[in-house]
Ligand binder design. Structure first.
Ligand code: CAP
Ligand code: MG
Length: 438
């Protein structure tokens, strides 16, 4: 032990966590934060506090320190304007423990009085840390192989209204979506197992209609059925889905928490099933650009744990998320090597981990398909929900209209031109045109 108390008159040791000459080791975790000190606090004081509180420190000097302290302290090593880069030694982190990582780099620091604002933007994970997590079970390659679709986005729709249909009606409407040409039917985030639409009943009926739709179309059809609940219940629901031959389970990952997602990654992995990650609640902490946690960070953690696909925004639809953010999340999910982007991304080498799909959803309709394809290319899951269920001639025609818009793009024809010979697309454009909803 090192006795320290009487050696110094300092009461704070935050500056010990700053070293601008430090060169991060290959095994360090590196984090990028945006920060704004509160009044009377210098930048140095602020960054020392962030590094300290997120690793080993406390507010004052201490009587006794373990010898290893020096080795495991975080170091703030680079400041660019209001951005700070902090390196964390690998030994700070328990392998395979995602909540522990968040307790450190996304924990107490957000509440420090010395900071007016603090935003966790991204983390760069070394391969030594990554290897303690499983990543996506199927990923883009496994899912494309399963569907045998290689040349377009996977397509899906959420039944709308969000809640209210019985299990029978739900499955009947799903048939319309599948028959219109979509690959997936998705549950909404707040549909689980309510009295009017019981989970088991819904799964059974969905499986029956899926089989019929597969037979009629000779295409693979699947569903993103929501298993979100208490963790043990989620495991039961995952097994139930497996028994009925579904390839996916949907988890609302932010509300369920990383620990539960990690448990389910094991369960679903044993069944060779993929995780569709919905992200309800994310905007409570990622919407304010100055404070909170950026969505690309959440996407990275969820992919590390095992999400095969996660919602990533539209830039043109009804929900927040601009182009830069959307492309940052897409890069985290899809690129084997993520290139650093100032203020948005740190470099990340995913090594052998499979790549995942970004999912674009929220206020989309056929008239916005060209924008979405320009933004994402084909490597995405495209969810159009209100935008097919509000089609003047019903969801089957709505799904057809979306598929026609995708074809138009592939053929490099404008949707307006393509609509002349494709009634379903024409009818959709008559209702919505290229409207960007709010
Ligand atoms: C979309 C949706 C999705 C959001 C999620 C909804 O419906 O079902 O949950 O897109 O947002 O409830 O709003 P519409 P995000 O297509 O009818 O808008 O993908 O941004 O997490
Ligand atoms: Mg929804």
């Amino acid at each position: 032990m090192l006795r320290t108390n009487n050696m110094s008159k300092k009461i704070e040791w935050y500056h010990d966590f700053i070293n601008k000459k430090y060169k991060p080791r290959k095994t360090d975790l590196k984090v990028l934060y945006y920060f704004e000190p509160s009044r009377g606090v210098t930048k140095e004081d602020a960054i020392g506090r962030i590094a300290s509180e997120s690793s080993t420190g406390t507010w004052t000097t201490l009587y006794e320190l373990p010898k290893r302290m020096k080795k495991i302290m975080a170091t703030a090593y680079k400041v660019e304007g209001n951005f700070v880069h902090i390196a964390y030694p690998l030994e700070l982190w328990e392998p395979g423990n995602s909540p522990q990582l968040l307790s450190g780099i996304a924990g107490n620091i957000f509440g420090m009085k010395a900071l007016d604002n603090l935003r966790l933007i991204d983390v760069s994970l070394p391969k030594e840390y990554l290897k303690s997590f499983k990543g996506p079970k199927l990923g883009i390659s496994g899912l494309r192989k399963y569907f045998k679709i290689y040349d377009r986005p996977l397509t899906g729709a959420v039944n709308k209204p969000k809640l209210g249909f019985s299990a029978e009606d739900h499955a009947r409407i799903a048939t319309e979506t599948w028959m219109g040409g979509f690959d997936l039917v998705k549950d909404d985030e707040n549909l689980t197992s309510q009295s009017f639409n019981n989970f088991d009943k819904r799964v059974k009926l969905m499986a029956k209609n899926r089989d019929k739709a597969e037979k009629a179309t000779r295409k693979i059809k699947d569903a993103l059925i929501n298993i979100t609940a208490e963790t043990k219940e989620m495991e039961k629901r995952a097994k139930f889905l497996h028994n009925y031959g579904f390839k996916y389970a949907m988890i609302d990952v932010v509300v369920a928490g990383t620990s539960a997602v990690q448990t389910l990654r094991d369960t679903l992995g044993d069944y060779k099933m993929a995780i569709h990650a919905h992200r309800a609640m994310h905007a409570s902490f990622d919407r304010n650009e100055k404070h909170g946690i950026a969505m690309q960070f959440i996407a990275k953690i969820m992919k590390m744990i095992g999400a095969d696909q996660i919602h990533s925004g539209t830039a043109v639809g009804k929900l927040v998320g601009d182009r830069e953010e959307v492309l940052s999340i897409a890069s985290v999910m899809r690129d084997k090597i993520v290139r650093a982007k100032k203020g948005f991304l740190l470099e990340q080498n995913w090594g052998n981990m499979k790549q995942g799909f970004p999912v674009t959803s929220g206020g989309l309709h056929p008239g916005l398909v060209p924008d979405i394809l320009d933004l994402y290319g084909k490597e995405t899951v495209l969810l159009v929900s209100g935008g097919i269920h509000g089609h003047p001639d019903g969801p089957r025609d709505g799904a057809k209209a979306v598929m026609q818009a995708i074809e138009a793009k592939k053929k490099k024809i404008s949707i307006e031109e393509y609509a002349k010979k494709n009634k379903e697309l024409r009818r959709a454009l008559e209702k919505w045109g290229r409207l960007k909803p709010k």
